[in-house]
Every structure is written in C-alpha cells, then in structure tokens.
Design a protein around this ligand. Structure first.
Ligand SMILES: C[S@@+](CC[C@H](N)C(=O)[O-])C[C@H]1O[C@@H](n2cnc3c(N)ncnc32)[C@H](O)[C@@H]1O
Length: 312
C-alpha cells in the first residue's frame, strides 16, 4: 500500500513580503491551487514562527510519493513558473525533509478550503435551480466536500459524485464519514472515457472546465448528451469572465498561468445570449430545460471563435 508523503520546507521571508508570501504559500494559496490540479494532494499547512515573524514552515501532504511524482511530471512547467514568480519573496529556503505522521487517521481525507468559502453562494443557486430535480451527476467532484455539503442541504436529490480514478478514495472518505442516504458510491468518470449508462436530470460541475484541455471540454459535452434527457439542467460554476472582463486581478493572473500551459482551456467569456448568472464573486453558467450539447458549448464559448463568440 502507498504510504502518505509529507515534506516540510523552511522559508526566511523579507518583512515587506510577508503578506504576499502568505497569499502564495497558505492552504489555499497559489501553490495549493496548483497542487490541487493533480490527484493525490491532501493539503498544505503554513506555520509561522512566533518568535521570528519572517520564518515559516510549509507542510505539504500527498497520498503517496508517486502522486507527488505524477504531479511533477504533469505540471513541471507550471511549478517552475510559479517558483520563479515567488523567488523574490524569500531570502532563504530549504527542504527540511520527508516526515512520517505518527498519529491521526490512517487515510487522510483531502481538504480543499475553497469549497468551504464558496459552498453557501453555490447552494443559493442550486436551491433555485434544482428544486424540482431528482438525480444530479457531479463531474469532477474533487475532494468530495461539495457533494457532502449539497447532499445534506438538498435531501430530495440523489447526488452522484464522480471523478478520475485517483480522486475516488478521497471522495469515498468524505462520503463514508458523512454516511448520508442520498450519496451513492462515487463513479469513476474521466470525461474522455466511458460514461455511466444511467440517466440524470441535472449535472453540476465546479472549477473543472478551465482545468481541462479543449478536447476534454468537447468530450464532456459529448458525454452530457448521453446522460442527460431533453429537459435537463446544467450548472457549471467556475472562473468565467463577466461582461467580457476579469472579475479580479488574481483571476487575470490565473488565466495567464493557464494559458502558459498549453493543455488548459483557460477562462471563457460567455456569450451574452446564454444564461449566466453572477452572485457575489461566483459565476455560473446555467442551461436549464434544454439538452446541453457541444453546439451549445461552442456557441457559448466560441472556441477558436468566429463572429461575436470568441474565446478570450
Ligand atoms: C480544481 S479541481 C475542482 C474540484 C471540485 N469540483 C471543487 O470545486 O473543489 C478540478 C477537478 O476537475 C477534474 N477533472 C479534470 N480533468 C478531468 C477529466 N478529464 N475528466 C473528469 N474530471 C476531470 C479533476 O479530477 C478535479 O477533480
């Protein structure tokens, strides 16, 4: 069995860079967001020395050393780019070592802090649009935290989680501990692969499209046609542009970093005529009571764009 892989780095940070350092290296900072794109990442702990304001430790936890190696193989370029960006923040940094945890549960559940911040705003939209739905397929469930939260909030729904193989044990950990009656075991679903044979009347997906490559987005909409009937609801939450503009500077930076990686689809500007919706900082793409197809997606997204629909 794989053993958890936990490594610790020590940093010395200049007084003027403390806030920026904490933004990048915190449990939901740019490093954690990059790690989260690969399977097997559990989370990051940022520790600050009480006696020396400029000294920090980071503790990064992975399910296994091979999960970390897979991350390095897949996202090596993005890792180096972020490393270069953060170089100026630190006066010194060194790898303290690889440590073994001596207590706590044998299997850690993954933890995505952002889900705890965005779930209430998402739930407001789901409450409105899933009121008369019964079976929801979630694509790219990630840690599984959203699923547990929404399934508890909306007991009338059967909430079917799914993700790529490497994510399933983390999702199962959350489902098992919550023991809800409306969350069947997570399905293995890579949008490039085989889709479930069952039918759903809604699909929900959060923070996935911008992570996927364009061919994966195309596959996803091909698959949606198979699992959704003509009267379906599709709710996609993610970092879309709003009125053709980025909603924050950090989103602009994030978009640039995605574009630097040829494999990611980057942000989208939705066509005005599509149903989309902004609540606070959350942007949703809703296609209700229709069958979402790749034509709808291309019309909305305009990949390789023509006319008034262009990918930003
Ligand atoms: C940034 S995480 C978001 C996870 C979760 N939905 C959330 O909001 O915290 C991106 C998710 O997209 C999933 N994903 C990426 N490519 C995929 C693919 N080809 N098929 C299915 N899921 C994919 C990843 O496995 C991961 O769970």
């Amino acid at each position: 069995m794989d053993r958890p892989y936990t490594y610790v780095w020590r940093f010395e940070v200049a007084a003027e860079s403390l806030a920026e350092f904490e933004r990048h290296y915190g449990p939901d900072g740019s490093w954690a967001q990059l790690f989260r794109r690969a399977p097997g990442y559990i989370g990051t702990l940022l520790l600050k020395d009480r006696a020396n304001a400029g000294r920090y430790l980071t503790v990064d936890r992975w399910h296994s050393e091979s999960a970390f190696a897979h991350f390095c193989d897949t996202y090596g370029d993005a890792y180096e780019a972020l490393d270069r960006e953060c170089e100026g923040l630190t006066l010194a940094e060194d790898l303290v070592g690889d440590f073994k945890r001596m207590n706590g549960p044998a299997v850690d559940k993954p933890h995505a802090p952002a889900t705890e911040r965005n779930r209430d705003a998402i739930a407001l939209v789901l409450r409105e649009h899933l009121a008369d739905r019964q079976r929801v397929l979630e694509i790219g469930s990630g840690s599984g935290q959203h699923a547990v939260f929404f399934a508890r909030q909306f007991p009338h729904l059967t909430w079917q989680t799914s993700d790529r193989l490497e994510y399933l044990s983390g999702i199962s950990g959350w489902l098992k501990d919550a023991a809800l009656p409306n969350t069947p075991a997570a399905l293995q679903l890579d949008v490039n692969g085989t889709w479930p044979s069952s039918q759903f009347d809604a699909v929900f997906s959060a923070n996935t499209l911008h992570i996927m490559s364009w061919p994966e987005v195309v596959s996803m909409f091909g698959g949606l046609r198979q699992v959704l009937g003509p009267d379906a609801t599709l709710i996609i939450y993610g970092p879309f542009n709003y009125n053709g503009k980025f909603t924050s500077d950090s989103n602009r930076q994030f978009d640039l970093s995605l574009r630097a990686e040829a494999r990611s689809a980057a942000f989208v500007t939705l066509k005005r005529s599509m149903r989309w919706h902004r609540r606070s900082e959350c942007i949703f793409w809703l296609t209700s009571r229709c069958r979402p197809t790749i034509d709808v997606c291309v019309a909305a997204w305009g990949h390789g764009g023509s006319g008034d629909v262009a990918r930003t």
